[in-house]
Design a protein around this ligand. Structure first.
Ligand SMILES: [Zn+2]
Length: 193
């Protein structure tokens, strides 16, 4: 009798653990992320002209569905569950859509947000900034200056010397290891794809 009681107790405890875990799945977090993504989609169409322009169909062909959702539909990936937030290797981060070099490991810092964060782009003309008016806050969106793809947002709570925090999506970036001493900051020529 006592044995049966312990069995029941064990089943109840195990059941509790399973349901707790289920309540905290990626799927649920993903739904939250999708909500903010949808409200971003309601923004007016981008009328800027870029050096690299493709139809939505063409972008879909060259990007994975995740890359497309983030780069072209201004989505946001989950914190910590992304490729580069903790990447400490020396190298260059390129636009995941057109291959333009955008950031280096030299200006990457640990922001504690779970997204790759930088205090400066590789050159002043690498990225563009756009006003992103949301329901409750107005943020500054960061886009690739060559193809206009969405990379993330920039905030004014970063470290010295700029005080900026570029908070980016890993899926919007491609990282390649480079010895940064070999790169000429004026031309960036060896980096261009
Ligand atoms: Zn680009």
């Amino acid at each position: 009798m006592r044995y049966a009681f312990y069995l029941l107790l064990l089943a109840a405890v195990t059941g509790t653990f399973v349901s707790c875990n289920q309540g905290d799945t990626d799927e649920q977090q993903f739904k939250t992320a999708t909500v903010s993504h949808n409200h971003l989609e309601a923004q007016p169409d981008d009328t800027m002209k870029y050096e690299v322009e493709k139809t939505e169909e063409e972008w879909r062909e060259i990007l994975t569905s995740k890359e497309y959702r983030i780069l072209r539909k201004r989505g946001t990936e989950l914190p910590y569950l992304n490729e580069y937030y903790d990447n400490k290797k020396e190298g260059v981060y390129y636009c995941g859509a057109c291959g333009k070099p955008l950031f280096t490991s030299e200006t990457k810092f640990e922001s504690g947000t779970g997204w790759p964060s930088f205090w400066q782009s590789i050159s002043s003309s690498s990225v563009g900034k756009k006003k992103d008016e949301g329901l409750f806050t107005t943020r500054t969106e960061v886009v690739c200056s060559r193809c206009g793809s969405h990379l993330g947002h920039v905030f004014e709570d970063g470290p010295d010397p700029t005080g900026l925090r570029y908070c980016l999506n890993s899926a919007a970036l491609d990282f390649k290891e480079h010895n940064l001493e070999d790169i000429d900051p004026d031309t960036l020529s060896i980096l261009e794809k």
